[in-house]
Write a protein that binds this ligand. Structure first.
Ligand SMILES: NC(=O)c1ccc[n+]([C@@H]2O[C@H](COP(=O)([O-])OP(=O)(O)OC[C@H]3O[C@@H](n4cnc5c(N)ncnc54)[C@H](O)[C@@H]3O)[C@@H](O)[C@H]2O)c1
Length: 270
């Protein structure tokens, strides 16, 4: 029987492939036999990509140019690049949301039936129900400058950008999967707790060390490792996950379940 986790015969695109989760993911996809791994990043990776294309996900011209350089078919698109709030809310929204949406739309015609679009979201987006209306309004805007303007005009919702950006990706995943399914393309996201990657110090700076460490403590007591997240992403993008779409899969050591069932000690951060 063919291994459903195999990427043999598949061409994939991974954004944010230089470090952290993306670096782990390209290694894993190579091990899983991917025919071609196209890595997009602002930094050239050492990892086993077949082709690196410089791409600034926060720049619409860069995203458009790169999308034009990529031939189909693309069997799995991994939207993984992301930045923290130390870059400012606008930059976060550009990279984590607007660039992701733009690249996905630009590559959509190159994704065949059976293909998958897999995002790296975050448990930081778990508060999406509080902003669903605003997020659906924002995601309905199909013009880059108007998207940026909307974010500028709604600072009370966007705040420092990071949590809101991941709320947007969680809503996007639940919302757009139904239309994509008509083309037999799946859309799903992984939502990690704090991961031991080069991005972690930026989260400790912007969300405080106390909150980040508390989150890990209330989960398993440890940070998620990049390869653990890569394993989930590779699974979601593979033929082992053919009925998984429109969903945000937590990889959080039970953190969110603990909150919902009242088992997380909130006193440490109150
Ligand atoms: N580290 C965490 O605690 C954590 C937790 C939950 C979710 N995430 C998400 O995981 C994803 C991967 O992050 P990571 O933790 O591996 O961090 P990382 O910083 O190691 O990786 C991010 C990658 O994105 C690239 N990148 C940054 N700006 C870019 C831009 N403008 N255009 C293209 N590429 C750009 C970086 O060069 C890097 O390769 C992100 O979407 C992040 O939001 C991280």
């Amino acid at each position: 029987m063919t291994n459903p986790m195999s990427y043999e015969g598949k061409r994939v695109v991974v954004t944010g492939c230089y470090s952290g989760v993306g670096e782990a993911l390209v290694k894993l996809l190579a091990e899983l036999g991917a025919d071609e791994i196209i890595g997009l990043d602002i930094k050239e990776p050492d990892g086993p990509v077949s082709r690196y294309i410089h791409c600034d996900m926060g720049d619409p011209d860069s995203v458009d140019a790169v999308a034009g350089e990529i031939d189909g078919p693309i069997h799995a698109l991994f939207n993984n690049a992301g930045i923290a709030a130390n870059f400012g809310a606008e930059a976060v929204m550009r990279v984590n949301v607007f660039g992701l949406v733009r690249l996905t739309k630009a590559l959509l015609d190159k994704i065949p039936e059976g293909g998958a679009i897999i995002n790296t979201a975050s448990i930081a987006g778990m508060n999406w129900p509080a902003h669903q209306t605003e997020i659906m309004e924002l995601l309905s805007i199909d013009d880059w400058d108007k998207q940026v303007a909307w974010a500028e005009e709604n600072p009370e919702v966007v705040a420092d950008g990071y949590m809101f950006s991941k709320e947007c990706i969680q809503i996007l995943t639940m919302w757009k999967a139904k239309d994509l399914w008509k083309k037999k393309i799946r859309l799903a996201s992984a939502c990690p707790a704090p991961i031991d990657t080069p991005l972690l110090p930026a989260f400790k700076e912007t969300m405080s060390e106390q909150v980040i460490d508390w989150t890990a403590d209330q989960a398993t007591g440890e940070y998620v490792q990049p390869m653990e997240v890569a394993n989930l992403l590779a699974y979601l993008g593979s033929n082992a996950a053919t009925y998984i779409s429109g969903t945000n899969v937590n990889i959080d050591g039970g953190f969110q379940g603990g909150i919902i069932t009242g088992q997380v000690d909130m006193s440490a951060i109150m």
